[in-house]
Design a protein around this ligand. Structure first.
Ligand SMILES: *[C@@H]1O[C@H](CO)[C@@H](O)[C@H](O)[C@H]1NC(C)=O
Ligand SMILES: *[C@@H]1O[C@H](CO)[C@@H](O)[C@H](O)[C@H]1NC(C)=O
Ligand SMILES: *[C@@H]1O[C@H](CO)[C@@H](O)[C@H](O)[C@H]1NC(C)=O
Ligand SMILES: *[C@@H]1O[C@H](CO)[C@@H](O)[C@H](O)[C@H]1NC(C)=O
Ligand SMILES: *[C@@H]1O[C@H](CO)[C@@H](O)[C@H](O)[C@H]1NC(C)=O
Ligand SMILES: *[C@@H]1O[C@H](CO)[C@@H](O)[C@H](O)[C@H]1NC(C)=O
Length: 606
């Protein structure tokens, strides 16, 4: 993230900051939460200051993490500095949270069977009452739900009313329009790669070496092993040919794979290879080819091209032999790139609020883990790991929670929306596999916590505006009172369109009816910025130049004479409706600060 260990900090406030982690519990004995590390200070410091568990449907008997997930996310946000952390020597280095001296309060609402809405809401209520500063929640639906039906939207609305910023994962569905976290008071996080990639090499008997992906801690005893294709190792009557090739469940014959490495047309076949007692497995990568999964036996996923080289070798060799090497870390020069699995916008419920908001590291992340949990989640894998490697927007979410806690430690009086704005307007556009996704994949971009500490200007959203927006979204008075706990009456002209929300990104969407019209259009957005940079400063607007569109900012120069002064401006977008998604931007600059807002214009499916 560009956030070095020696970054400027405010230690007193940082250690007074509490991050609530609503997740699968926590492993308190982990070195990442060890009090000894911090008790060098004279007061009695506790890293983990509280842990609660819930169980409306599931019978938890403690807040102990039986998944590894909650321990991983908590240590990413605020874990201690732990030297020489690794997963069996892989990805070795210093593990530390973004704010290593902040405190953690853990709320266990999930088990392997899932997370209940009642437990999530209870955890939000408790976290608010416990006086936490931020809440990180790495969970959510696989698609967006109406705000009044989503426990995380509701719980985080209550939190935002108490000045608590909630950071939530965008989801792991990968496709357009699947982002599950859509409320404007939530900070929604996509996932991207880091410059450290974990690879597993495969050595062919003829001397060639292919580089595949997995997290493989096993070293085979020997140098080459016989290879058998899944199809050849299956009993003919048992499975269809396609299943045999992919090594699907119960297809492989034990005596045919013993002492051999099995080649499968699907990397998922490694589970069947393990069941049948094979030495290892080589497979064709699946959809998430940018992720290295922890495997329970020596295994490597190959790209399509490498897999066909492999098949060539196998077909042209009498007794094919192969070795699978332990994983190693290599430099990924292509990073950061938004992960294939990271859920994308547009926002299916509030179309003119861009989601996700930003992206952060979420691929192959090493962090603390539950030693009682199998790191590959395969029951027969009896390894125990204090640190493990996981991928998901669950992993990127606590990176941003930690960065937000860092900003809050430097600016204790900033509102949740100001902290969020600082991280959004200083984010930078990054790579994404399908360039069409652009802002729908990364929102405002990849976070830069050091720049966000001094953003110059912030877009603050008033709590009242969220309520007016809810009225504008046709929430009725009784829903607002019962669900959101606010005593207002929507019928009193108390509503705004969500476009009018003072959001740090700008989105204009058209329905397909509107975009069938060839007539020109003009749409105006009003925004207000607050000066948090230098008292006397002058900002000039710069916008992208896009064919078919004209973006006009009025006024285009903002002059501030004091801190916390607010200035309002209008952005008018005019041109032809083309139906294509347009990525543009507005950047305010005083020569020192660049305050960037993406402007996205797109056609809805409705
Ligand atoms: C620190 O807290 C622990 C646990 O409450 C207590 O046993 C210990 O005496 C305290 N130490 C100091 C120096 O206050
Ligand atoms: C699979 O079986 C075919 C036909 O019996 C044989 O030619 C081939 O070498 C075998 N390949 C592997 C990898 O077992
Ligand atoms: C190699 O053999 C497999 C089956 O054994 C077949 O599916 C594949 O097309 C062959 N590949 C090449 C490149 O000949
Ligand atoms: C090994 O076999 C593969 C597949 O036939 C081939 O592409 C590669 O060049 C061979 N390597 C060497 C060193 O001969
Ligand atoms: C909201 O205001 C309208 C008009 O002032 C009034 O008729 C209605 O009873 C109010 N609703 C509630 C729930 O207070
Ligand atoms: C800002 O400018 C005004 C007017 O020129 C001046 O009175 C004031 O002292 C300046 N403030 C700072 C912090 O430089």
């Amino acid at each position: 993230m560009g956030f070095p260990e020696n970054v400027h900090r405010n230690p007193t406030v940082e250690s007074d900051t509490i991050i609530a982690v609503i997740d699968s519990g926590i492993w308190p004995e982990s070195e990442s939460f060890n009090d000894k590390v911090l008790s060098v200070s004279c007061f009695n410091f506790s890293k983990l200051i509280g842990a609660r568990f819930y169980g409306v449907y599931y019978d938890f008997d403690s807040a102990r993490d039986t998944e590894g997930h909650g321990t991983h996310t908590a240590s990413t946000a605020a874990g201690n500095i732990v030297r020489d952390a690794s997963f069996y020597g892989i990805a070795k280095g210093t593990a530390r949270g973004a704010v290593p001296s902040s405190r953690i309060a853990a709320y266990k609402v999930c088990s392997e069977s899932g997370c209940s809405s009642a437990d999530i809401l209870a955890a939000f209520d408790d976290a608010i009452a416990d006086g936490v500063d931020l809440i990180t929640i790495s969970m959510g639906g696989s698609s967006a739900a109406a705000l009044q039906n989503d426990p995380i939207s509701i719980g985080s609305f209550h939190a935002s009313q108490k000045g608590i910023l909630v950071i939530q994962s965008a989801g792991n569905e990968g496709y357009r329009g699947t982002v599950g976290s859509i409320a404007p008071w939530i900070f929604t996080i996509a996932a991207s790669t880091t410059d450290r990639e974990i690879v597993t090499k495969v050595a062919l008997g003829n001397g060639s070496i292919l580089t595949g992906k997995s997290v493989n801690s096993f070293k085979l005893k020997g140098t080459t092993f016989p290879l058998v294709y899944g199809k050849n190792a299956s009993s003919p009557g048992q499975c269809y040919e396609g299943w045999q090739k992919r090594c699907q469940d119960n297809c492989l014959q034990k005596d045919m794979v013993k002492g051999k490495i099995v080649l499968c047309d699907s990397f998922g076949g490694r589970k069947e290879a393990l069941r049948a007692g094979a030495l290892g497995s080589i497979g064709l990568e699946g959809d998430n080819s940018d992720v290295s999964f922890v495997v329970a036996l020596p295994a490597s996923a190959l790209t399509k091209d490498d897999y066909s080289v492999f098949q060539n070798y196998v077909n042209s060799t009498k007794a094919p032999k192969v070795d699978i090497l332990p994983s190693e870390s290599i430099k990924n020069h292509d990073a950061p790139r938004v992960a294939s699995f990271s859920s994308r916008g547009p926002n299916s419920i509030i179309p003119d609020i861009l989601k996700p908001d930003v992206t952060a590291p979420g691929v192959d992340i090493l962090a603390a883990f539950s030693p009682k949990v199998s790191p590959s989640k395969v029951p027969s894998d009896k390894r125990s790991a204090k640190y493990s490697i996981l991928s998901g927007t669950s992993m990127s979410c606590p990176h941003v929670a930690g960065a937000a806690a860092y900003i809050k430690s430097l600016h204790p009086n900033w509102s949740p929306s100001a902290i969020k704005s600082a991280l959004m307007t200083t984010a930078w556009r990054t790579n994404v596999e399908n360039n069409q996704d652009a802002e729908f994949a990364y929102g405002s971009g990849h976070i830069d916590p050091v720049k966000a500490a001094d953003p110059g200007l912030v877009y603050e959203t008033l709590q009242e505006d969220y309520i007016k927006m809810l009225c504008g979204l046709r929430s009725d008075t009784s829903t607002l009172r019962k669900i959101f706990g606010v005593n207002v009456n929507c019928s009193e002209g108390f509503k705004i369109n969500h476009k009018a929300l003072n959001y740090p990104s700008m989105t204009i969407s058209f329905g397909s009816f509107e975009s069938n019209q060839t007539k020109p259009f003009a749409e105006k957005l009003t925004r207000t910025v607050t000066n948090v940079g230098r008292a006397n400063s002058t900002y000039k607007a710069k916008t992208s130049i896009i064919s078919d569109y004209n973006i006009n900012v009025n006024p285009s120069i903002l002059t501030f004479g004091e801190l916390n002064e607010k200035k309002t401006f209008e952005v008018t977008v005019s041109g032809k409706i083309t139906g294509k998604m347009i990525s543009a931007a507005l950047e305010w600059s005083d020569g020192v600060h660049n305050v960037r807002s993406p402007i996205v214009i797109y056609q809805r499916y409705d």
